[in-house]
Design a protein around this ligand. Structure first.
Ligand SMILES: Nc1ncnc2c1ncn2[C@@H]1O[C@H](COP(=O)(O)OP(=O)(O)OP(=O)(O)O)[C@@H](O)[C@H]1O
Ligand SMILES: [Mg+2]
Length: 377
């Protein structure tokens, strides 16, 4: 039996088009705090879009606006083509799972999940079927009669998820829903959420400050900084082509080398490091020679060679000494002291890979296309 079809979620097949549009939302609090400064975002139907950003950047405020718990000072919110900026929360057709959006403690699992249907005056016999189907989707059929406190943390979050999707909302909002779970449980609920999202063709706006979680779950990641979205795109696109030092530093691990731009043109850049060494890279933005720049190098792009057996390249070769060795399981991380700057290199452990110890002299090499040059903010 196909549960999704019974619930009527997947009957229309994969939806296309835009589900949600946020247009230049602003919000200031009476104490002068500006939470949103013209935030715009477009969420395609049937996709997971994550808001990723530091604490206080405006992620929760954005979700509250979408849900209708707070109102923007200006800007508009459109859901499935309809302006909902002034629609009360319960009329918005949006499901929610929040970290602290607790289950009703005195109600059974069944009654918790049935709650949104009762609010919508659904017929009693429909409720029975639809709740059982929703519980089956999150693999909790067996515990319908229990109280929330008789469940594990992960099970409680799955009940919250079932409650959020049981009335087939247009949109699902999730604010740090897995924040309270331990790492292993979080991984398994993440996989389950991803499966469910595909199966039911859900449109989800997901808030997290865990970059790994954002990369794992999202079709698109929107980086929030200071009440604005500074870049939005597929995880791999953001990782490979961040448009600012902030985005680069926020998504994935980064090394930055400071220097001065010696030459630039046609997307290429030559950077002089403080000790006179030169690096070749790609420019992330148009810049003129002489300006202060930062060179981004991802740890896995650095090759580590035995100093005496370094390949005969002249470009982007940096001599140094191993300062720290961090064993990560399938990979090892070397922190290399370049006589001033330090770089972290991550090397996958294969049979052929040379291994190094603290104090070993080494030579690092990185391809110019893997050095992204930014104007230093
Ligand atoms: N009721 C309020 N009164 C005044 N300032 C507020 C209020 N609610 C939020 N803020 C401020 O608005 C800004 C954005 O807060 P928001 O809760 O959206 O951040 P966030 O990105 O969700 O952060 P976190 O990752 O810590 O949850 C912060 O500076 C916060 O202090
Ligand atoms: Mg928040």
């Amino acid at each position: 039996m196909n549960m999704a079809a019974d619930l009527g979620f997947s009957g229309a097949g994969v939806r296309s088009g835009t589900c949600l549009v946020l247009d230049r939302l602003t919000r200031s609090y009476p104490d002068g705090t500006v939470a949103l400064r013209g935030l715009s975002l477009s969420v395609p139907a049937g996709r997971i879009v994550s808001l990723l950003g530091p604490s206080g950047s405006g992620k929760t405020t954005t979700l509250k606006m979408i849900a209708g718990f707070d109102k923007p000072d200006s800007g508009s919110i459109t859901l499935a083509g309809r302006d909902i900026s002034r629609t009360p929360p319960h009329m918005r057709d949006i499901g929610m799972v929040f970290q602290n959006y607790a289950l009703f403690p005195h109600m059974s699992v069944f009654d918790n999940v049935a709650f949104p249907l009762r609010m919508r005056h659904r017929a009693r016999r429909d409720i029975e079927t639809v709740v059982q189907e929703a519980l089956a989707l999150v693999e909790l059929q067996g515990v319908a009669a229990r109280l929330p406190r008789q469940l594990s943390g992960g099970q409680q979050q799955r009940v919250a998820l079932a409650r959020a999707i049981v009335f087939r909302p247009q949109l699902l909002l999730m604010d740090e829903p897995l924040g309270a779970l331990d790492r292993q449980l979080r991984k398994s609920v993440q996989s389950e959420l991803k499966r469910l999202q595909r199966q039911l063709d859900l449109t989800v706006v997901y808030v997290t400050h865990d970059q790994e979680e954002a990369m794992f779950l999202s079709d698109e990641i929107a980086i929030v900084q200071n009440g604005q979205i500074v870049q939005c795109g597929a995880p791999a696109a953001l990782y490979d082509a961040p448009e600012s030092v902030f985005v680069a530093g926020f998504l994935g691990e980064s090394n930055f080398l400071g220097g001065t731009l010696a030459e630039a043109g046609a997307g290429r850049a030559i950077v002089t490091l403080p000790d006179g060494r030169q690096m070749r890279g790609r420019s992330a933005a148009p810049m003129s020679a002489g300006r202060a720049v930062s060179v981004l190098i991802r740890p896995e792009k650095l090759q580590v060679h035995v100093a005496s057996r370094a390949p005969g390249r002249e470009v982007n070769v940096l001599a140094g000494r191993i300062d720290l060795v961090n064993f990560l399981g399938g990979a090892v991380e070397y922190e290399v002291d370049l006589d001033g700057p330090r770089l972290t290199a991550r090397v996958h452990l294969r049979a052929s890979a040379a291994t190094f110890a603290v104090g070993d002299p080494v030579v690092l090499h990185v391809e110019p296309q893997d050095c992204l040059v930014f104007p230093t903010p």
